[in-house]
Design a protein around this ligand. Sequence first.
Ligand code: GH3
Ligand code: MG
Ligand code: MG
Length: 274
Amino acid sequence: MVGMTRNWIIRQLSLGEFDSHRDVWRKSTVMAVKIGLLAYVIDVVSHIMLDAFGLLPYSLVSSLIIATVLTPALGFSLALTSYMVIGFAIHDLGVSRNELERLSRTDTLTGLSNRRAFLEQFDRCDRDKAMLVLDIDHFKTVNDTYGHLAGDEAIVRVAAMLLKVFSDRCVCARIGGEEFAVFCQDMAFAEFAALGELSRRKIAAMRIATKDGEFSITVSGGMARALPHEEFGAVFSRADKALYAAKSGGRDRIRFHYETRDQAGDKASGRQTA
Ligand code: GH3
Ligand code: MG
Ligand code: MG
């Protein structure tokens, strides 16, 4: 019984049957009407049967009048109260569960997806896709010169710029301290590369104000194409190689790793490879 109730509650949570207060009221009322009617039918049938066997200690008519007046009303109110108490408890549990789920997938500083959420979405995507990894250049110096809070502000501003440039066509995430990743699906690689370049230029043009004066930052990036179904690890490692090339090439630039597992042909076509 306890196990069944537990399973029922879990099922209701995942079905979203009690998503809103309105749902709780609606479901509780429907159930209370059903339970009230069922109680009434059982009451009437049992009285008729008791009477048929001569076991009813009072008259059938008065017992049916009492049953009609009391049972549906009592059944309805008791069922409504119990169902609503359980319904609101399930609703509140669902709300906290969704909030916890959202928090576990969100980077608290920037509000972007975190590494875990990014990885899951990337792995789930079975379309043509590409990944950009960005890392703020000489960020340690920013912290050392302007302080950790100014560093945090720079991270927040980079995140906001990525959201602005890539909008909702791509998934943007903060996957590490001063490291970001973006992935798009079904977008021409040239367009994705152009957006990456635009974000790099816009970030370099930002001015971040602190009490000790303004400063600006740059980012380096590595970009890699992926096959549908290709998983985060392999693609990230190619993008990271390209990022490394961007860093050693002087920073404030994006390098491309065109090759996917099965796309060695692109390399032969003469395009730049990290
Ligand atoms: P590079 O150009 O090679 O990337 O150099 P870098 O200084 O950016 O890289 P490094 O890995 O040496 O330093 C990264 C710094 O980022 C060190 C760490 O204190 C800082 N950092 C990581 N997370 C945060 C954060 O959430 N807030 C702030 N303010 N700093 C952070
Ligand atoms: Mg880094
Ligand atoms: Mg860095």
